[in-house]
Design a protein around this ligand. Structure first.
Ligand code: ADP
Ligand code: NA
Length: 327
């Protein structure tokens, strides 16, 4: 494996959906073999930027842990931990926040999006990119897998590493983006938007715990069009193109290969083929999530062990940071 430290985080939103899996988690699994040090955090401090029910949050943290393990995150090769139990995240966030100007934050998409909404967000909602920067820099991370929508937030982390190093001396390496190459998975009901857990439309989102029947139904109801052949034309036929790229992603084939295999099928028949491929791909993951969910003691022990390692790394870096700052 390459020398480097990978860091990424995911909010404890419960069981991930197919978009999360194909767009992020699948590559998290691969990265375990590619880099010498890998940390994955269930970022619960980020979750509370919006109101959360405490018991639901606790359950969601365990569900996310079960899901990550079921997807192939291996505690022997990756440090899997809950963000809030490593208190240094909050401490470094404060220090970095003192190096962040408001205009710098206002340039971020998060700020722009939220300022368009009617209700005022919390301070935490606006400063969460600073917490993300702290998450990354706390471990002197060198590589950060991100979706395109997160690139500007990573730029803030890079910027804050430079600002800190300039003011206090060289502590942080520049974290580099590992850009996800996979197409965004689109909503099954509205292929102009991405698949999302918060999509209010029923049947739009496939979750990793969906039963084969759920998956077949959702794909059967997926929005397509009035042309019967299977082609890949995201511009003019976004619904069918979404099915094709899903099919390619879950089978590991190229888009051209799956289109080639689908010659002679109409889109209705093709939905059956795609559904079967998705069902088969998710079957072992779903089974494993169910098994792990029932073993809370094991989940707690994995998170405990991850927290210990993360804390140890974080303590060392913060000792250096605190000395540089003058504490
Ligand atoms: P959601 O949109 O459901 O709220 P998040 O924003 O929590 O999902 O995203 C978690 C991770 O999953 C991020 O790395 C994000 O880029 C990825 N992701 C989310 N939705 C999709 C999608 N539809 N297709 C591909 N990747 C996605
Ligand atoms: Na989101």
């Amino acid at each position: 494996p390459a020398v480097g430290r990978v860091f990424s985080g995911i909010q404890p939103t419960g069981v991930p959906h197919l978009g999360n899996y194909l767009g992020a988690l699948e590559s998290w699994v691969t990265l375990q073999d590619e880099y010498s040090s890998v940390l994955y955090s269930i970022v619960d401090l980020h979750s509370i930027t919006q109101p959360q029910d405490p018991q639901l949050l606790r359950d969601n943290i365990l569900d996310m842990a079960a899901s990550l393990l079921a997807c192939g995150i291996d505690p022997a090769r990756a440090v899997l931990f809950q963000q809030s139990v490593v208190q240094e995240h909050a401490e470094l966030c404060w220090i970095l926040g003192c190096l962040t100007s408001l205009p710098r934050l206002r340039h971020l998409p998060q700020w722009k999006m939220k300022s368009k909404q009617k209700s005022e967000g919390s301070v935490g909602l606006y400063t969460y990119p600073v917490l993300q920067a702290a998450d990354i820099l706390l471990y002197k991370s060198t590589h950060v897998p991100v979706g395109e929508d997160q690139v500007q937030h990573l730029e803030l982390a890079q910027n804050l590493a430079r600002v800190f190093n300039t003011r206090y001396g060289p502590v942080f390496p520049q974290p580099r983006a590992l850009l996800s190459s996979t197409q965004k998975v689109k909503s099954l009901r509205d292929p102009s938007s991405k698949m999302s857990k918060s999509d209010p439309q029923t049947l739009a989102t496939i979750f990793l715990t969906d039963t084969p029947d759920d998956i077949v139904l959702k794909i059967r109801r997926a929005v397509t069009d009035f042309t019967s052949e299977v082609t890949f034309d995201p511009e003019n036929r976004p619904g069918v193109a979404n099915l094709v790229s899903l099919h390619a992603a879950v089978t590991g084939c190229t888009v051209d290969e799956v289109v080639g295999l689908s010659v002679g099928l109409d889109t209705g028949e093709y939905k059956g083929v795609v559904a079967e491929a998705v069902v088969e791909r998710l079957r072992p993951i779903r089974t494993e999530i169910q098994r792990l969910r029932a073993d809370r003691a094991y989940l707690h022990s994995v998170l405990e062990q991850g927290a210990e390692t993360a804390r140890c790394l974080a303590t060392m870096v913060m000792e250096e940071v605190r000395k540089r700052v003058g504490f």
